[in-house]
Ligand binder design. Structure first.
Ligand SMILES: [Zn+2]
Ligand SMILES: [Zn+2]
Length: 164
């Protein structure tokens, strides 16, 4: 999870920065952070003041989500994703949940809640995954982990924050 938090800092998106680490049998098979596909846009450089173009739900309309980038990279490189665990700094949205389920990832560990970030009542991605048998758990930071987050603050979504 510490690696996922560090990866999130590499995201060029302005509002939300999310990192994901895909692991299999204690080894890292792929990493990802949210952002437009390679070779297209860098939101922070192109839209420093106005922010990324928003989709109808208020998310960056250009970005692939961290989970999608991690899974796509693993798939592109022929890694066996079935049975993997994904660590992600924000719980998966419903679109990512569908992909995670379809790729037969068996466990999801998340740090922050997408529902809290969006100010919505239920974590629909988590609900979907749980309903169809994927293990989902919220990461409980250890003392050392918390210290690290505090000394190097990252742009994590605030509870209840609404995007424009
Ligand atoms: Zn963006
Ligand atoms: Zn997503």
């Amino acid at each position: 999870m510490e690696l996922a938090v560090n990866l999130a800092k590499r995201s060029h998106c302005i509002k939300a920065q999310v990192g994901a680490v895909l692991t299999k049998e204690t080894r890292i098979i792929s990493i990802g952070y949210n952002g437009p596909p390679a070779g297209t846009h860098n939101c922070d450089e192109e839209f420093p003041e106005v922010g990324c173009p928003r989709d109808s739900k208020g998310s960056c309309s250009l970005a692939l989500h961290a989970e999608q980038n991690a899974i796509l990279y693993a798939a592109k490189n022929g890694s066996a994703i079935e049975g993997a665990t994904i660590y992600v700094t924000l719980s998966p949205c419903i679109a990512c949940a569908r992909i995670i389920f379809s790729m037969k990832i068996s466990r999801v560990v998340y740090l922050h809640s997408y529902a809290e970030y969006k100010g919505i009542g239920s974590d629909e991605g988590v609900d979907f995954l749980t309903k169809f048998g994927v293990d989902v758990e919220r990461y409980i930071p250890t003392a050392g982990f918390l210290l690290q987050e505090q000394s190097q603050p990252i742009q994590t979504p605030l509870v209840g924050e609404r995007v424009a």
